[in-house]
Design a protein. Sequence first.
Length: 414
Amino acid sequence: MIRTRRLLLACLCLAFEAALPSRAAYAQDEPIRLGFLTVRTGALAAGGRQMEEGIQLFLKERNNIIAGRKVELIIADTGGNPAGAKNKTQELVERNKVHVIIGPLATFEALAIDDYILQAKVPLITPTSAAQNDLAQQRRNDYVIHAVGTAAQPTHVLGQYAAKKLGMKRVAMIADDFTYGHEGAAGFHRAFEDNGGRIVQKLWPPLNVSDYGSYVGQLKTNVDGVYAGFAGTNGLRFLKQYKEYQMKATVLGNPTCVDEGILKNMGDEALGVYSASWYSAGIDSPDNKRFVQAIQAEYKVTPGFYTAGTYTAGLFLEDALKAIKGRIEDKAGFVRALHAARLTHGPMGPIRIDEYGKPVLNMYIRKVERKDGQLINAIVDTFPDVSQFWTYDPKQFLAAPTYSRDVPPAKYLE
C-alpha cells in the first residue's frame, strides 16, 4: 500500500512538472536585451546620430520583435573615447544584463573593449569600420562580428584605382590622427605604391582640430591628388578650406570624408571628390532603394555609411536569431550562427563573413556629382567580393606588421 502511494505521488509530481513551462520557455518569454554603443557628443556625434537612425528604423520595421522575441534596446553614449566605451560596455553587461551589443563607432573604442568582450562572452556586432586589423587577425576574438569592413578595406581599392584608373603618380596625404585615420591612410598608401604611385607627404591633424587652414597651407601643390581621411564632420570643414585656398589637386576620400550624412551640408567644394566605400545611397538595388526611401520618410535625411552599417548589423543579428529559433541564451550556438550568416538582402548587397570574423563584400568607387540640385555619391566603378586582404596573400598579410601611423613606411616623402 505504501509503495502504491509513493508510486502515485511520484506520477503526480512528474505530471505536474510536465505541465509547467520549461526553463527554456521562461527564457523565451523574456525580451532580448540589445545593448547599443553610440556617440552623442564631439566630432563623431554626426556618425552616432546616423547609427541610431539605422537601428531604430530596423527595429521599428519589425515592431521590435525578432525571431518571435521582443527586443529591448538599451542605448549608451560612450562620449567618443576609449574610457567611456569601456565603462558603458561594462554597464550594459553587468547592470543591464544585455544578451548582445551593437557598436561602437570608433576603432579606438573597439580596441578598448575587445578584451572585456572576450572575458564577458557577450557577442559584439560592430556596424562601422571600428575594427583594427590586429583585432581581426593576430588577436581574433570570436565574440566580435564585423558587419562592415576594416578601415583599410575600401582604401586598398581606392589606392589601386587612383594609380591604375586615374593615372596618378604623386599623392599627398592628410588624415585624422587616430586609429581609423591611420589605418585608412595605410591601406591607400600600400595599394597606391604597389601599383606604381608615390606618397610624397603625410599630415596628421588632431581629431578635434579647430581649423585646417595651417594644414591646407602645408599641402604640396605639385601632386596629382590629395588623400583625405576624415571622420565625422571633419571632412566638411577640410573641404571648405581646401576650396578657400584654391587647391587644384583631385581629392581622394575615405568612406566618411564625403559620407551622405554630411554631404547634404556641403557645396561645390565636394564636387569631383572620389571616394571608396561599401555603401552609397545610389546603389541600384530594390533593397537599397526601399531602405533609402524609408530613412528619408522617417528622418528627412539620406542614409550614409553609419546608417547602412548599423541597419546591416541588425540584419546579421536577425539572421543568426532566426537560425537558432530565437534562443539567444545558447551563447555558443548564437556565436556560431553569427559567423555562419550569409546576407543576400539589405542595402549593402551580398555579405559573408570570413574565417577571421570579417566581411567579404562589394566596394564602390564613388564620385561626388550634382543631380537634380542635390549632391550625390555617384557610383563609377564596382569591385565585388572584396576581403580584408584585398589582392594580397592572406598568410603574408597576417605575418606583416599591422597597419598604423608608420606602417607601411614612407619611402618617398619630400
